[in-house]
Design a protein around this ligand. Structure first.
Ligand SMILES: [Fe+2]
Length: 335
């Protein structure tokens, strides 16, 4: 962030050039773009080791035909997982931040890289959840600093509503409500349901972070359908499809962490994951409705920290962005 870095001791690294490829379970190959890298060293629990150069942002480039008025790009990132915390939060939160920082300290760096690439290529940056790892005042500040006044669109992730980890087995509407207002106040658009038209394509962002959707969201979706535009759905938790289920279950082992998984596919789930992820009728009906909607042309999502895609419906594929904190992103060209 230029605004942050401008008044600080700025350090800039040039990442190694060249390109590399990743193969993920038979799914899409990733092409990497070499980019200049920078980070803001003022955040006390996120300080990067200046002796270590970071790998460049790995950008999976895909083209999706949706019927746009003219071709345009979306920089799709997910799961940045800011882990910032300071003296404004309590010692329990600070311990949590210290324990979570190890694997995720590069989130801000790679988000900056994604914004930089988006600006270079004239893309709108869309973030599909887990921008923060837990609720904290410093994390909220970081969200505002990075997104205020920038061309972006977001949906919520489950971590957006988590004050501390493992404090409850029941992640439901009541649990979400405890932090919803504070989180929403710092995010750039409505986290329950939002819609934005770009070049004749209707991007619809919904909250499915705790594996359920609501009747109200289903009603609002029908209003978007009535507009008659091609729809691209943004949701954090990927919606069930057979191949995506295989990839996600192989990665996470105890469950697939998808939304709308049929009961018959959950026989190997652990008890806790089953209680957490079994969808109610309202959710299953909505997922079924989405599958039958011909205007739905694509789904952008995240959550499983693996770059993947799979066909969701006759007209739409799911495009899952890998974890941004791990240096992954997708540049989607819509035509
Ligand atoms: Fe995540």
């Amino acid at each position: 962030m230029e605004r942050i870095l401008g008044s600080l001791d700025r350090r800039t690294f040039l990442s190694a050039g060249g390109a590399f490829a990743l193969s993920l379970g038979g799914f899409s190959a990733l092409g990497a773009d070499a980019q200049a890298s920078s980070f803001s060293p003022e955040r006390p629990v996120a300080r990067l080791d200046p002796r270590r150069a970071l790998k460049p942002l790995a950008v999976n480039r895909v083209t999706v035909k949706v019927g746009a008025a003219k071709p345009f790009k979306v920089m799709h990132v997910s799961d940045t997982h800011f882990t910032f915390c300071d003296a404004r939060d309590d010692s329990r939160k600070q311990k949590l931040a210290a324990s979570r920082i190890k694997g995720m300290r590069r989130g801000e760096h790679y988000l900056d890289e994604a914004f930089r690439l988006a600006a270079d290529e004239g893309a709108v940056l869309m973030h599909t959840g887990d921008l923060i790892d837990f609720t904290s005042k410093a994390n909220y500040d970081a969200v505002v600093e990075h997104f205020a006044g920038r061309d972006s669109f977001v949906c919520a992730g489950n971590h957006e509503f988590v004050p501390y980890f493992w404090e409850t087995d029941k992640e439901d509407a009541a649990y979400k409500a405890k932090s919803y207002a504070a989180t929403q106040a710092n995010f750039p658009n409505d986290l329950t349901f939002a819609a934005r038209v770009v070049n004749g394509v209707n991007f619809v962002a919904i909250d499915d972070v705790f594996y359920y959707t609501t009747e109200r969201q289903a009603e609002l979706f029908e209003r978007e359908v009535a507009k008659g535009l091609p729809i691209v759905l943004l949701c954090h938790v990927p919606l069930y499809s057979p191949e995506l289920f295989k990839v996600a279950f192989k990665k996470w082992r105890t469950a697939a962490y998808l939304c709308g998984v049929p009961d018959g596919m959950m026989s190997r789930y652990k008890k806790r994951q089953l209680e957490q992820q079994r969808a109610d009728k309202t959710t299953m009906d909505f997922v079924s409705r989405l599958r039958s909607e011909p205007l739905l042309k694509a789904i952008l999502c995240g959550h499983i920290h693996t770059t993947a895609f799979d066909r969701f419906s006759p007209t739409a594929c799911s495009y899952v962005a890998g974890a941004n904190y791990a240096g992954e992103a997708q540049m989607v060209t819509f035509t």
